[in-house]
Ligand binder design. Structure first.
Ligand SMILES: [Zn+2]
Length: 91
């Protein structure tokens, strides 16, 4: 099989890319401190992080098992607890 064209990996990578883009967009909103952030936004961001983390783990597992590429994208990063605490201290 051509290593570059594993359709399963491409599908998982697309899914992860879509979810992590959504998560990063919410993260940008959270980092703007000039307005109070509602729980709705925090909860949406945490849900987006959870989904993107799961998609990343599925992609990582596939790559480990299938060996179809050497490159794994960066994971979504740490959870939002620290960011949220900082925000609550300031508000
Ligand atoms: Zn594969």
């Amino acid at each position: 099989m051509n290593r570059e064209e594993c359709s399963v990996r491409l599908r998982l990578a697309d899914e992860y890319s879509r979810l992590v883009t959504e998560f990063n967009a919410l993260l940008d909103v959270l980092k703007v401190r000039s307005h109070p952030i509602s729980d709705v936004v925090w909860n949406a961001a945490e849900a987006a992080r959870t989904s993107s983390q799961k998609a990343w783990e599925a992609l990582e597992r596939h790559i480990v098992e299938h060996g179809c590429t050497d490159s794994l994208p960066a994971s979504p990063g740490p959870d939002l607890g620290v960011l949220r605490e900082m925000n609550e201290e300031e508000s």
